[in-house]
Ligand binder design. Structure first.
Ligand SMILES: Cc1ncc(COP(=O)(O)O)c(C=O)c1O
Length: 399
């Protein structure tokens, strides 16, 4: 399914707060903060020339977030950043003086952090980031996971010292339960999704994601003409689309949001012209994108700056994982988790359909940018789908 954006807000400027959240000054401060992170390194940008030729476009570049901060997904940029910012703010308020990132590990700041507990609901990757951030500053974390989150993903979060809380039901149920318990216990919710009256912290999470766009704009030989980004609640798509719109203005690329057909909350919101909650379909292999309700802030941004919305099916997600693990024509190997290659799957679907291809004006001069949003964050699941372990695929030459 595919639609062009025809919302009333389309091509209206971002509202002031959103423009500040995703603006150049904010993105610069995110990058500055990253330089204090121990294992920070820019993630690779990989060109796929053979796939570009087969697809009939000039270039395809993949920003590979499987290498991000030791966590294996772009989510490492958001939750941990928000936790650190909140600790610095609390320290400023309690100490009555400005507190800079450089003082994060000072005894008086750590003492304050030790009194704080950060909570969130997660499909897996966001919780890992919040738990890592809390661990870094010496705070506690409590992470809520729904029934569908694999034991392997739970263990990966718990190793940062987080208290893990299982919730019956879906991701949306775990979001509600996390908010309820946190209110009761005085914990700070660091959610990657937003709702009426709760926007600032998810805004900080999205602000953290802008770092990958800044890196990509430096790494790309020329700015992209087309971008395809997968969506769960829409946070990463909105951060990338919003920052590109601010950074590139009239030269911004044609931006397509890619949803799983079984959890197409952004697609259906675009169709309705306002945020909608979609009914639960069957579980999707694109586990990190299994969200039925868009983030309010993400929707507000995407309704203005996304040009199109589309869905991909289960088999598209599986096919792209295999294709990236075993590329044709000498393209480099990329390890993409179940939700990682979905933007690229969207591109392949778009070019295979002449109507969509024409609607997006994709042609032989097009420069495509996509993000592999995760590596094999659930190695067991990866092996089940691809038929090889991540180590075996890495041995084929993946970065
Ligand atoms: C690997 C991966 N890709 C994409 C997404 C979607 O991000 P968002 O929920 O901000 O749309 C997520 C969310 O958890 C994710 O973990």
């Amino acid at each position: 399914m595919f639609i062009l954006n025809s919302n009333a807000d389309y091509r209206r400027p971002l509202v002031t707060g959103d423009a500040e959240t995703l603006g150049l000054a904010a993105a610069e401060s995110v990058e500055r903060h990253l330089h204090f992170r121990e294992n920070h390194a820019e993630t690779p940008l990989t060109a796929l020339p053979a796939l570009a030729a087969a697809t009939g476009v000039a270039t395809i570049h993949v920003k590979d977030e499987g290498h991000r901060l030791g966590l294996g997904s772009f989510k490492a940029l958001g939750g941990a950043y928000a936790v650190i910012r909140l600790v610095l703010e609390e320290a400023e308020a309690r100490l009555g003086r400005p507190v800079d990132m450089a003082q994060l590990q000072s005894p008086d700041v750590r003492k304050i952090a030790e009194t704080m507990c950060f909570a969130c609901a997660t499909d897996g990757n966001h919780g890992r980031s919040v738990a890592q951030g809390a661990g870094l500053v010496g705070a506690r974390s409590a992470i809520f996971v729904h029934a569908g989150v694999s034991d392997e993903r739970v263990a990966a979060i718990a190793r940062f010292g987080a208290e893990m809380i299982r919730v019956a039901g879906s991701y949306d149920d775990s979001v509600k339960e996390a908010a309820r318990v946190a209110k009761e216990r005085g914990w700070t919710i660091v959610s990657d999704t937003s709702w009426p009256g709760y926007e600032r912290i998810p805004g900080l999470v999205m602000q953290g994601y802008t770092a990958l766009v800044r890196e990509a704009l430096r790494q790309l030989p020329a700015p992209p003409t087309h971008v395809f980004i997968q969506s769960g609640v829409g946070g990463i798509a909105a951060a990338i689309a919003g920052h590109l719109a601010i950074a590139l203005g009239d030269q911004r690329p044609v931006f397509t949001v890619v949803d799983p057909a079984r959890a197409a909350c952004l697609f259906e919101s675009a169709r309705a012209g306002h945020p909608v909650t979609v009914p639960h379909g069957g579980p999707t292999v694109m586990a990190m994108l299994e969200c039925y309700e868009p983030s309010l802030v993400a929707w507000r941004i995407l309704s203005r700056v996304a040009d199109a919305f589309m869905t991909v099916d289960e088999e598209d997600a599986v096919a792209i994982m295999k294709r990236l693990a075993d590329p044709v024509g000498g393209d480099p190997v990329i390890i993409a988790g179940e939700s990682g290659g979905v933007g690229l799957a969207g591109l392949l679907k778009a070019v295979a359909d002449p109507t969509i291809k024409a609607a997006l004006s994709i042609g032989q001069d097009s420069r495509i940018f996509v993000v592999n949003t995760e590596g094999a964050t659930d190695p067991g699941k990866y092996q089940e789908i691809v038929g090889l372990s991540p180590e075996d695929v890495r041995a084929r030459g993946a970065a």
